[in-house]
Design a protein around this ligand. Structure first.
Ligand SMILES: *[C@@H]1O[C@H](CO)[C@@H](O)[C@H](O)[C@H]1NC(C)=O
Ligand SMILES: *[C@@H]1O[C@H](CO)[C@@H](O)[C@H](O)[C@H]1NC(C)=O
Ligand SMILES: *[C@@H]1O[C@H](CO)[C@@H](O)[C@H](O)[C@H]1NC(C)=O
Ligand SMILES: *[C@@H]1O[C@H](CO)[C@@H](O)[C@H](O)[C@H]1NC(C)=O
Ligand SMILES: *[C@@H]1O[C@H](CO)[C@@H](O)[C@H](O)[C@H]1NC(C)=O
Ligand SMILES: *[C@@H]1O[C@H](CO)[C@@H](O)[C@H](O)[C@H]1NC(C)=O
Ligand SMILES: *[C@@H]1O[C@H](CO)[C@@H](O)[C@H](O)[C@H]1NC(C)=O
Ligand SMILES: *[C@@H]1O[C@H](CO)[C@@H](O)[C@H](O)[C@H]1NC(C)=O
Ligand SMILES: *[C@@H]1O[C@H](CO)[C@@H](O)[C@H](O)[C@H]1NC(C)=O
Ligand SMILES: *[C@@H]1O[C@H](CO)[C@@H](O)[C@H](O)[C@H]1NC(C)=O
Ligand SMILES: *[C@@H]1O[C@H](CO)[C@@H](O)[C@H](O)[C@H]1NC(C)=O
Ligand SMILES: *[C@@H]1O[C@H](CO)[C@@H](O)[C@H](O)[C@H]1NC(C)=O
Length: 375
């Protein structure tokens, strides 16, 4: 009997520790060490739509996930963002030919309508002691924006690590909802006076927080380096309200999921409701969080109870919840006073009865004594 109970307990705990899968059942859930959560998927029919279909290109032993030319470094399904590898444009003076060699790039997400560059987490950064670079950005609806960035410096001494405010390094932000960016250098900008100590200009779209370092000017390390940028993705091109009308195409599959309209353009995102975690794009994706696993959820002597989607703290006997406070207990004074008062009253009553009884006995004795001795 005890053995059966132990086995049952073991079974239950085993089934509880089974980790929730992030991708469709029976499909690969990572590629080159990068987890691929659904709606993304590897190969045909493993993703929500063609937009989210990645391929694992084998390069030099590893096989990271790609979408067209973009290597995905990570995918975050709760924020609807992904980090992708970005090349760095360069313009380098070549003393043999006495002219500039260019490596210009453009980033074209136009044909991946559900992706956009995040305008808050990315910057355009341009580096050199004397350069002018231009940017042209396009949004979903083909609005175009032209921008520029100039950086200069008199000497290497004027540069300072970590500062990108025009001296050796300049930065500019990008507009919202952009899915196409071009970067190029002004070819008529005369920077011959820095050729000898700073032959190259660099321009890139990169995560905000890029740290400028004097070595970017004094060495050619950026020529052999990539950077990374944050893209926003979203499901489809409609709002939550519209998407919810067709259950067969609605992407928020878990019953514990919640929908929110994308903040960077058309489309929507799914999230697990408060108190749940996991992948809202899968049927059983959002799972209850065991809040009580966090020891400090309720403060002593309260006990924690894990509820579906939430938790509660309960107080032991003689204690009660502190006013407006769900975590703390305090001694229930009215109860304590009541109980103490009760005990006191009982004691008092007992003593009273005893005294009265003793008195009666005494008076009887006295009476007998009185009768015996005749007063
Ligand atoms: C993908 O799905 C389509 C339509 O459902 C089907 O015709 C095709 O064979 C599937 N491809 C693979 C590789 O499973
Ligand atoms: C491939 O790996 C070798 C050694 O690990 C490295 O030297 C080389 O640069 C790598 N090539 C690419 C294209 O990453
Ligand atoms: C995903 O993004 C959210 C919000 O920006 C952040 O709190 C969370 O740490 C990210 N998760 C991962 C695995 O990076
Ligand atoms: C300069 O240009 C020549 C001719 O195009 C080329 O062979 C050489 O590699 C270039 N030098 C550098 C440092 O790029
Ligand atoms: C977007 O604008 C560019 C230039 O302004 C134009 O060449 C292109 O045809 C436009 N594309 C669409 C789809 O309207
Ligand atoms: C660039 O400026 C230098 C002097 O600073 C001058 O000698 C040179 O001719 C200029 N080059 C061009 C292409 O204007
Ligand atoms: C600048 O780069 C050098 C060498 O790459 C490194 O040692 C140094 O810590 C960097 N400084 C900052 C502020 O990042
Ligand atoms: C930079 O990115 C390109 C294109 O994704 C890739 O081929 C190359 O190996 C990357 N280089 C480094 C140093 O990561
Ligand atoms: C929205 O997406 C659907 C299906 O992908 C497409 O047929 C439709 O043209 C799109 N609508 C707009 C306004 O982009
Ligand atoms: C829901 O979407 C599917 C696939 O696009 C379509 O076949 C179906 O007719 C739609 N249902 C409704 C009620 O619009
Ligand atoms: C669902 O999402 C909406 C908007 O993002 C939010 O206000 C609401 O609190 C969420 N509901 C739950 C149960 O998480
Ligand atoms: C308590 O948390 C676990 C997660 O460890 C969850 O599976 C379980 O359903 C929760 N219990 C209740 C009553 O919600």
């Amino acid at each position: 009997m005890i053995q059966i109970i132990i086995q049952l307990v073991l079974l239950i705990s085993l089934s509880k520790t089974k980790a929730a899968s992030i991708s469709l059942p029976n499909y690969p859930d990572s590629c080159g060490g990068v987890p691929i959560p659904y709606p993304f998927g590897i190969g045909p029919n493993c993703s929500l739509s063609e937009t989210f279909e990645l391929s694992c290109k084998s390069i030099n032993g590893t096989s990271p996930p790609y979408r067209r030319d973009y290597l995905f470094l990570n995918i975050n399904i709760s924020s609807g963002q992904a980090l992708v590898n970005m090349p760095i444009s360069s313009q380098c003076y070549n003393s043999t030919t006495n002219s500039d060699d260019y490596k210009n790039w453009e980033v074209d997400l136009l044909h991946i309508t559900d992706f956009r560059f995040n305008h808050e987490k990315n910057m355009i950064v341009v580096i050199r002691c004397d350069t002018l670079a231009y940017t042209r950005c396009f949004s979903d609806n083909n609005n175009s924006y032209l921008g520029g960035c100039v950086s200069g410096c008199d000497s290497l001494e004027s540069l300072s690590d970590g500062s990108c405010s025009g001296i050796g390094c300049c930065q500019t932000s990008i507009p919202k909802g952009i899915n196409y960016i071009e970067l190029w250098f002004d070819e008529n900008f005369n920077n011959s006076k820095v050729y000898n100590f700073n032959p190259c200009s660099y321009a890139m779209l990169t995560e905000a927080g890029f740290m400028f370092n004097t070595s970017h000017i004094t060495t050619d390390q950026l020529l052999r380096q990539n950077t990374s940028a944050v893209i926003d993705w979203a499901i489809g091109n409609t709002t939550c309200n519209t998407a919810q009308t067709n259950k067969s195409t609605y992407a928020c599959r878990s019953i514990y999921s919640n929908c929110s309209d994308s903040s960077s353009g058309p489309g929507y995102l799914c999230n697990c409701m408060d108190g749940y975690q996991g992948n809202p794009y899968l049927d059983e994706g959002c799972q209850d969080i065991d809040e009580c696993a966090n020891q400090n959820q309720c403060s002593e002597p309260a006990k924690c109870h894990n509820l579906s989607g939430s938790y509660k703290c309960s107080c032991p006997f003689g204690w009660r919840k502190k006013h407006n406070n769900l975590r703390d207990c305090e001694l229930n004074l009215t109860l304590v006073i009541g109980i103490c008062g009760g005990i006191f009253a009982l004691l008092f009553l007992g003593v009273g009865i005893y005294v009265a009884h003793e008195r009666r006995v005494l008076s009887k004795v006295e009476e007998k004594y009185f009768q015996k001795h005749g007063g």
